[in-house]
Design a protein. Structure first.
Length: 441
């Protein structure tokens, strides 16, 4: 092989020796148990593979480009230790179903890690939401102040997102956890394999039903990458909120020094670098998903070398998402919220307008008429330079005889308390929602 071709076709799986060796040990034990190879050779292979594993873990393996990938390296190292018996390891196995097994073990492991990281961030959000269950802040639509909500309610919205992310990784893990080994190159195996034995040893829930599909299927990788992309999108949305909240224009949060940096020129600056980088790295995760989908769209059955790109996509995406989840779980509890500023902003920009309209509706006025009446009151507030709850009762009474003195008692806390139903922003409901979300973990 020309050195250019050797380097161009080399795999990127050198760090996946744990998965490759685990699959080979299970395969060798099954071959010996079924009498497909001599039991003594199977035992020697298992002992030799364990020694190879220790060599990798100790960092004593020298990577040899001419051996192409992790599979060849393991077999070559095994041959150095046990001699000719090493050649029996590849009995009833193709590189194609071996690679498919490695991929599934890799994605399964990364799913487990991302499940744990998603749960860590969700739990941190639950803690913070309980702490701020009754602290008001403005709720927004179109980045315009809309109605008051609580900070706890806002944080739990992200908790719901990251719980769904956790569930997507769990679903992906379930579809990934199917053993492909035994499918051969594409047509199955003529040997009396016990595939269920191998599946049980490696922790798989089922064995594949179609050898063509098993060797060429990368749906589980596309699904994993899609789950990564959605998770990183949620992190990016949260990051954008933190960047906005930390600005002087919002002034809702002070960034902890441990998760921010200063300016090289302006001594007063504190930059939300963690949030900005999470936002900026989102495109990298999207890119891995798109790359994989484009890779797959034109491939005929069964295996094609294009599929070698799959592991790189998994590793690259996970290398962005997992540390992002972990650092957000550490950063969120350290955020210093400017609660008086958030409370003040929650009552500004006529945020109680809908509550005033609802007041009239509860007195019998059709909502559309109430909407119009309050619209006129808002215009009066603009002319006077005040908020709705600062208008005199006479102005309210002139707009509608349904207004009583109790309209003057309407404030942010009353607006929050009124939304005391499941899913609402009332403090009692926020505490209940945090408890339910935690239970879902």
């Amino acid at each position: 092989m020309d050195s250019l071709t050797r380097d161009y076709t080399a795999g990127s799986d050198r760090d996946l020796y744990e998965h490759d060796i685990a699959g080979s040990i299970a395969h060798a034990r099954m071959l010996g148990r079924r009498g497909i190879i001599p039991a003594a050779d199977a035992d020697a292979i298992v002992r030799g593979l364990d020694e190879v594993l220790q060599e990798f873990r100790a960092g004593r393996v020298v990577w040899r480009p001419e051996l192409e990938d992790i599979h060849t390296h393991v077999e070559a190292l095994l041959r150095e230790r046990i001699g000719e018996a090493a050649g029996r390891l590849h009995t009833a196995r193709s590189r194609n179903d071996q690679v498919a097994l490695l991929n599934r073990l890799l994605v399964r492991e990364r799913c487990d890690r991302l499940i744990k990281a998603s749960e860590g961030l969700t739990s941190a959000l639950c803690d913070l939401a309980e702490e701020h269950a009754a602290d008001p802040m403005p709720g927004y639509t179109h980045v315009q102040r809309a109605q008051p909500v609580t900070l706890g309610h806002h944080l739990l919205a992200y908790g719901e997102m990251f719980l769904r992310d956790r569930d997507r990784f769990r679903d992906c893990r379930g579809r990934t956890n199917v053993l492909p080994l035994g499918s051969g190159a594409l047509a199955g195996s003529p040997y009396p394999l016990d595939r269920h034995m191998v599946a049980k040893e490696l922790g798989f829930d089922a064995i594949s039903r179609n050898s063509l599909d098993a060797t060429s299927d990368r749906d589980f990788i596309a699904e994993f990458l899609a789950a990564c992309a959605i998770t990183q999108m949620h992190l990016s949305r949260f990051a954008e909120e933190i960047v906005l909240w930390a600005s002087a224009e919002f002034g809702f949060v002070r960034l902890p020094d441990a998760f921010a940096t200063g300016s090289s020129m302006m001594p007063q600056k504190k930059n939300a670098d963690v949030a900005e980088l999470a936002r900026g790295r989102t495109g990298r995760v999207y890119g891995e998903l798109i790359s994989m989908l484009v890779n797959l769209k034109g491939l005929p059955l069964a295996y094609n070398r294009d599929l070698q790109e799959d592991k790189t996509a998994v590793l690259n995406a996970a290398a962005v998402v997992e540390p992002s989840l972990v650092i957000f779980a550490a950063m969120v509890p350290a955020l210093e919220f400017e609660l008086p500023r958030m409370r003040e902003a929650a009552g500004q920009s006529f945020s109680l307008a809908t509550d005033v309209a609802d007041y009239l509706v509860k007195k019998g006025m059709p909502f559309r008429e109430a909407h119009s009446v309050v619209g006129q009151l808002v215009k009066e507030c603009e002319a006077r330079g005040c908020e709705l709850n600062q208008l005199p009762l006479a102005v309210y009474r002139a707009a509608s005889g349904l207004f009583e003195p109790d309209i003057l008692a309407l404030d942010v806390d009353a607006a929050l308390a009124a939304r005391d139903l499941p899913g609402g922003t009332a403090p009692r409901q926020v505490l209940l929602a945090a408890k339910q979300l935690r239970a879902a973990l």
